[in-house]
Design a protein around this ligand. Structure first.
Ligand SMILES: [Zn+2]
Length: 135
């Protein structure tokens, strides 16, 4: 998914799959999908320095949290034992790492890969990647 971020009002809004424009809370930044199926988006602002376009790994944000277990079955006692906070934090770090293993194509999802940003949330600069352009 893609989202716009405005550095003036600090609002974050996901783009609409319909292609209808989305505007930040103060009205300075607007963005829209030109092709939602392929994640291609445009963003516009009078002052380009206040506009960010974020690219977020859909599988990571939608399905990832469901992969974090909360307890395990102790075979000796046959009871569910909750994981410690340390173990849970480790699972979350692993989920972030999994969200950065990407195929070589398409290039616009490659940006999350460990060989590039190494993060399932990337701040895109319009004009520097095929999926983010100035409108
Ligand atoms: Zn704003």
């Amino acid at each position: 998914m893609k989202a716009l971020h405005c550095r003036v009002c600090n609002s974050l809004h996901s783009l609409k799959d319909s292609g209808e424009p989305t505007t930040c809370d103060c009205g300075r930044v607007t963005a829209w999908y030109t092709n939602a199926d392929n994640g291609l988006a445009c963003i516009t602002a009078e002052d380009h320095d206040v506009a960010h376009l974020l690219s977020i790994n859909n599988a990571w944000i939608n399905d990832g949290p469901d992969l974090i277990p909360t307890a395990y079955l102790d075979m000796t006692t046959q009871k569910q034992i909750p994981y410690t906070q340390e173990q849970l934090d480790s699972f979350w770090r692993e989920l972030h790492a999994q969200g950065t293993i990407m195929p070589r194509a398409p290039e616009h999802i490659r940006v999350w890969d460990q060989s590039r940003r190494g993060c399932p949330v990337a701040i895109l600069t319009p004009g520097q990647s095929v999926d983010a352009q100035w409108g």
